[in-house]
Design a protein around this ligand. Structure first.
Ligand SMILES: C[S@@+](CC[C@H](N)C(=O)[O-])C[C@H]1O[C@@H](n2cnc3c(N)ncnc32)[C@H](O)[C@@H]1O
Length: 251
């Protein structure tokens, strides 16, 4: 396994390889196909190995007014959170307006998004669980929660092939559905069928990683309508400059 993929949950990589083997057999093509998928769903978002130890040192040394600037630097290292940075001040304030205060939050396929925790209008004691297949990010996030004094934990979970029971007051499924559906086309629908929550935020990017915006919001709008069709969720729609968000409540 290439060094840049060694931090991935081995069970996830084995399942992916077994799925791809049904299409490619045990050939060189299989190795290429697995690497291509891992690039699309994980590696494409980073700029090389994250300096987790440096980040932890900065978080541990940060005074209260330095926490957001340090988190901003960390969030800028992942394309998905980098796109969200300029809108963070209003992002959760808008999306959680009118939502009853959650006691528990579940952040699915979280990447570095838990580092936006200081922008969430929630008490530090609100339970926060972050799930991803990146074991190095999971270790970092656990230590980061400790450094910042949040009641948070991160865990390894494969949400495409082996999702655990997903239950919380508030569930974040931010820009994750397109990724998970590259692994298994039914993954997004299955999550929306099984998540138990008072509120779910499902989002999509409105520009490609290369910055092209043409038609993406319309495309994902239609995609989401098909995904949620017939499921017992009441849906509200929010548009931000870099993200299209659907807020779901059980009917
Ligand atoms: C586009 S990023 C979104 C990150 C974050 N939710 C955000 O909006 O900033 C996709 C994330 O999905 C994670 N991921 C990919 N496949 C996964 C899987 N099968 N199960 C859980 N997480 C996965 C990647 O490691 C990456 O952190």
């Amino acid at each position: 396994m290439a060094p840049k993929y060694r931090m991935l949950d081995p069970a996830f990589v084995h399942t992916l390889a077994a799925c791809e083997a049904t299409k490619h057999g045990r050939t060189k093509e299989l190795v290429k196909a697995v690497k291509r998928k891992l690039h699309q769903v994980v590696a494409a978002y980073g700029d090389g190995p994250p300096p987790y130890e440096d980040w932890l040192a900065c978080l541990r040394a940060a005074s209260t007014d330095q926490i957001k600037p340090v988190c901003t630097r960390i969030l800028a290292a992942h394309a998905s959170t980098r796109e969200r940075l300029s809108e963070l001040d209003g992002f959760y304030a808008t999306l959680l307006d009118g939502v009853s205060a959650p006691n528990s939050v579940l952040d699915l396929a979280c990447g570095l998004n838990p580092m936006t925790r200081p922008w969430m209008p929630l008490p530090t004691a609100t339970s926060y669980t972050a799930l991803d297949v990146d074991t190095a990010a999971v270790r970092f996030l656990n230590l980061a929660f400790q450094a910042l004094g949040y009641a948070g934990t991160a865990d390894i979970a494969d949400l495409a092939f082996a999702p655990p029971v997903l239950r919380a007051d508030l569930v974040l499924l931010l820009k994750a559905v397109p990724c998970l559906e590259q692994l298994d086309k039914t993954a997004g629908r299955r999550l929306l069928e099984t998540i138990q929550a008072n509120c779910v935020l499902v989002s999509y990017p409105v520009a490609s990683l290369g910055g092209r915006r043409k038609g993406m919001a319309d495309f994902y709008d239609r995609h989401f309508q098909a995904l949620v069709a017939g499921l017992p969720w009441r849906v509200e729609r929010f548009t931000f400059y870099s993200e299209l968000v659907f807020r779901l409540h059980p009917e």
